[in-house]
Design a protein around this ligand. Sequence first.
Ligand code: MN
Length: 228
Amino acid sequence: MPPYVIEPPALVTLPVAGTEARFPVRRVYCIGRNYAAHAIEMGHDPDRDPPFFFQKNPDNLDPSGEFPYPPRSTDVHHEAEMLIALKSGGSDIAVGNALEHVFGYGLSLDMTRRDLQGTAKKMGRPWEIGKAFERSAPCGPVHPVTDVGHPDHGRIALSVNGDLRQEGDLNQMIWKVPEMISYLSEYFTLAAGDIILSGTPAGVGPVAKGDVLEMSIASLGDLTVRVV
Ligand code: MN
């Protein structure tokens, strides 16, 4: 094998609950406006819009428990989301077969530079500057399906410094997990290592340095992230 001309970047991996083994990450897809109440709070019609996705970078995922307040923004928001980790993929996956491709589930935050995202929206520009910045996806370990099954209902919540800010139920997702996988696979070839962030319930809001974010999903446990 020929030598590399530069040091190859490290493979991004996530912890897997209950084992020393790691989950290697390939791509990160995020769905927008997947809970009706959040779509409404952002000024959109929850019923009429088809699903849409944007991407974060694999190395934006961060299981460290710390979120460094990012540069060039004064309005950084929390979005609590269930993470879906795929063990296989393909194209044109039928809704009925989609769950066979899931390795596990976890907790994650789609941290958003809302001011920069807002400007991008207004100007019809891409969202990366608001969404895909350094360490913008704090997350917890992946819980294998063999341990937790396929959670399709149960409370999802986030508090900031002990005050409840976001609360919903996984059963309020407009596009369910199998539908998201199927839809994505019509446009992209999904593969083992792909991650999907499944959208956030209502109650998104700003964070500040020193805040402690505590997220929970029934059956998947808790995630604590400190803003530094
Ligand atoms: Mn989101």
